[in-house]
Design a protein around this ligand. Structure first.
Ligand SMILES: [Fe+2]
Ligand SMILES: [Fe+2]
Length: 171
């Protein structure tokens, strides 16, 4: 499995798919790890990666697809992100001592698997639709890379705030 994209490849769908592969690999490592501290560390990495990924999709990628692809698919993607964000924020806040910690990470991985299928794996997926609609994927990819760098810098300093919900009322 490779998470790497070729140097100079700024196609947004390649960048986002590489993120998906990286997170899938982290979920596999989480599942196979027996060490509690290691699991906690991997879970925090997963949460940061997914927060950054969802944020760049919602700030840059999804808005560029509005009116260009199936509206229901796009709306469901926002709601699926919010469902994942509720779990992510909870996992970060409650930590590895929570009795439901492993269950929450497992359910998160299942939600993400479903979401990634709709973005890039199933027939007529979001990425295919974006390409077919002639969306400028290179221009979007450059913006995504720049924004990812900013958010990663925040994450590296431990300053990444909890994920904000876009469609669900926070309770
Ligand atoms: Fe994605
Ligand atoms: Fe997404």
């Amino acid at each position: 499995m490779t998470n790497e994209i070729k140097a100079g490849d700024t196609d947004a769908t390649h960048i986002l798919a590489a993120d998906h592969r990286a997170v899938e690999e982290l979920f596999e490592r989480f599942e196979s790890s027996k060490d509690k501290n290691k699991k906690a560390e991997i879970a925090m990495r997963i949460c940061n990666e997914l927060k950054i990924h969802a944020q760049v999709e919602e700030e840059i990628f999804y808005p560029a697809l509005k009116g260009q692809i199936d509206e229901d698919l796009l709306k469901e993607a926002y709601v699926e992100h919010d469902g994942a964000k509720v779990l992510i924020n909870d996992i970060v806040a409650a930590g590895a001592d929570d009795e439901f910690f492993e269950a929450k990470v497992t359910v998160l991985s299942e939600e993400i698997k479903h979401h990634v299928k709709e973005e890039e794996k199933q027939q007529g997926n979001m990425f295919q639709q974006a390409r077919a609609a002639g969306v400028d994927l290179e221009a979007l990819g450059e913006q995504i890379l720049a924004r990812k760098r900013e958010l990663q810098a925040l994450a590296d300093e431990g300053q990444l705030p909890p994920a904000k919900l876009a469609t669900l009322a926070a309770s």
